[in-house]
Design a binder for this molecule. Structure first.
Ligand SMILES: [Zn+2]
Length: 76
């Protein structure tokens, strides 16, 4: 699969940290699987990963803390 941004780089399997702004604070999710362009560094999360993150965020928004940091691998 080629990168959609630079068109010439190859998207390779990688892990990235995902930052999300919540209504009540922020979430930092580590080790999220993604595709990363080896040339320009563009990051692409798959639809199923985004879906999973959204349901995780929905749950943590109910807890009244400002910043959440968790590991995708252990939460998924
Ligand atoms: Zn690229």
């Amino acid at each position: 699969m080629n990168c959609l941004v630079c068109k010439s780089g190859t998207m390779i399997d990688s892990f990235e940290t995902y930052f999300a702004k919540l209504k009540t604070g922020y979430a930092i999710i580590e080790n999220v699987p993604c595709k990363k362009c080896e040339q320009c560094g563009e990051i692409l999360f798959s639809a199923s990963v985004i879906e999973k993150i959204e349901s995780l965020i929905e749950n943590i928004e109910k807890i009244s803390s400002k910043i959440f940091i968790f590991d995708y691998q252990s939460a998924a």
